[in-house]
Design a protein around this ligand. Structure first.
Ligand SMILES: N[C@@H](CCC(=O)N[C@@H](CS)C(=O)NCC(=O)O)C(=O)O
Length: 199
């Protein structure tokens, strides 16, 4: 089995896949797309986005598709919760994080006026409120760490590390979730990006 991950260390979606690979204890090689300005990525996949993967000769693109593909061959340490209903909810939350929280991250990163910054912070406050209720009284959204938590963490972690935005202390459950994920992923500090080969 040969797994090659086309990776950009700063990408939140690549971090999401690196966490899944580590959880599965699946050995993989990293191809840093910044080294050749995505030339080998484009040659192999015909597109520019990471994460992409050469999975034993099979071209797999997109963090959701890659995660599902890994789950199929590495069912131990499942990334989904028990039961069909919860699996559906987990996938919906993964999608919400990947499509909605990413928008808030782009908005705050690209804000170049005070007005744009305020609007982006307001967008994040709405999501912090939602997340604070979702994580009230629980370490993870389901009975263990699942893809929903990993996706949400990767967006919040990007906000903290790349955007350098501190989540306001009043969102106690969101901050507690981040600290719990830091410990679970064995990051020395929240400023580190995740690249451990296993958990
Ligand atoms: N839905 C995709 C999003 C991937 C994505 O947006 N990747 C960004 C980096 S975070 C990228 O490679 N952008 C480069 C480009 O679009 O040219 C996933 O889950 O993998």
């Amino acid at each position: 089995m040969s797994i090659k991950l086309f990776n950009s260390q700063a990408s939140m979606f690549c971090e999401k896949v690196r966490v899944v690979l580590a959880l599965k204890n699946a050995p993989y090689e990293v191809i840093d797309v910044r080294k050749d300005e995505r030339k080998s990525l484009i040659e192999y996949t015909g597109q520019r986005k990471v994460p992409s993967m050469n999975y034993n000769g099979e071209c797999v693109i997109d963090s959701t598709v890659i995660s599902a593909r890994l789950e199929k061959d590495y069912p131990a340490n499942t990334i989904y919760p028990e039961g069909t209903t919860n699996k559906g909810l987990c996938l919906a939350l993964e999608d919400w994080s990947d499509e909605v929280l990413i928008h808030a991250n782009h908005a705050i990163r690209r804000a170049d006026t005070q007005e744009a910054r305020q609007k982006a912070e307001a967008e994040w406050n709405t999501h912090f409120n939602t997340l604070d209720q979702m994580y009230a009284g629980r370490k993870f959204l389901f009975e263990r760490m699942t893809l929903a938590d990993i996706s949400i963490f990767s967006q919040l972690h990007y906000l903290y590390t790349t955007v350098k935005y501190e989540i306001p202390a009043k969102y106690k459950n969101v901050n507690a979730f981040l600290e719990n994920m830091r410990q679970t992923l064995k990051l020395k500090t929240l400023a580190d990006s995740f690249d451990a080969p296993s958990l």
